[in-house]
Design a protein around this ligand. Structure first.
Ligand SMILES: [Mg+2]
Ligand SMILES: [Zn+2]
Length: 187
């Protein structure tokens, strides 16, 4: 069985520019480079996956196909650091969208677990030996419900703090570098 680190995209792996699909505007967050180098140096090997809510599709801000160049660019950013992005999973839905086919109550939009479950089936990932890292509690809930260990980047992006048993992260850190150090310490 494989192990994976699931990264939320916006505000976690890359700086948050709402509804951006322009690859030229994508930059890693503070600590992301260091995190990937720490993680790549571990004995235990992790697959890297991105799991992202992209409601901009349902809202009509961009098309699903606009996400493909973005995915390829992110994959290239990993490669430049000697890391491999295994897959990029996105939810294009929103219950109150404008584009009918995407305006549904789905199970993939985080805090739903469908993106993680599908990834685990496709790539033989043991979720209980894997990690979900995000900047809001919906990421934590998705990870926890899927059975992963969870890390919240406490960087000010969560503003509502609606807490319940599914929304208590295993660890809270400042940035991705610290998250990587937690993973390296716990494994
Ligand atoms: Mg985020
Ligand atoms: Zn969805």
């Amino acid at each position: 069985m494989e192990r994976a680190i699931f990264f939320d995209k916006d505000g976690t792996l890359v700086e948050n520019i709402p509804y951006n699909v322009d690859p030229r505007k994508v930059t890693f967050t503070q600590g992301a480079n260091q995190a990937l180098s720490i993680l790549s140096g571990l004995n235990s090997e992790f697959q890297y996956h991105i799991v992202t809510n992209q409601a901009g599709v349902a809202l009509g801000y961009f098309e699903e196909s606009d996400l493909y160049p973005l995915r390829d660019h992110l994959s290239g950013m990993f490669e430049e650091l000697g890391a491999k992005l295994t897959d990029f999973h996105y939810c294009p839905h929103h219950p109150e969208g404008k584009i009918q086919e995407y305006s549904i109550l789905c199970h993939c939009r985080k805090p739903g677990v469908e993106m993680l479950k599908r990834a685990s089936q496709k790539y033989q990932i043991n979720l209980s030996q894997s990690w979900m890292i995000g900047d809001i509690l919906d990421d934590v809930e998705s990870g926890k419900r899927a059975g992963c260990r969870t890390i919240l980047l406490d960087n000010g992006n969560e503003t509502e703090w609606i807490l319940n048993e599914w929304r208590m992260p295993d660890f809270k850190v400042r940035d991705l570098e610290e998250a990587a150090r937690v993973i390296a310490g716990v494994l």
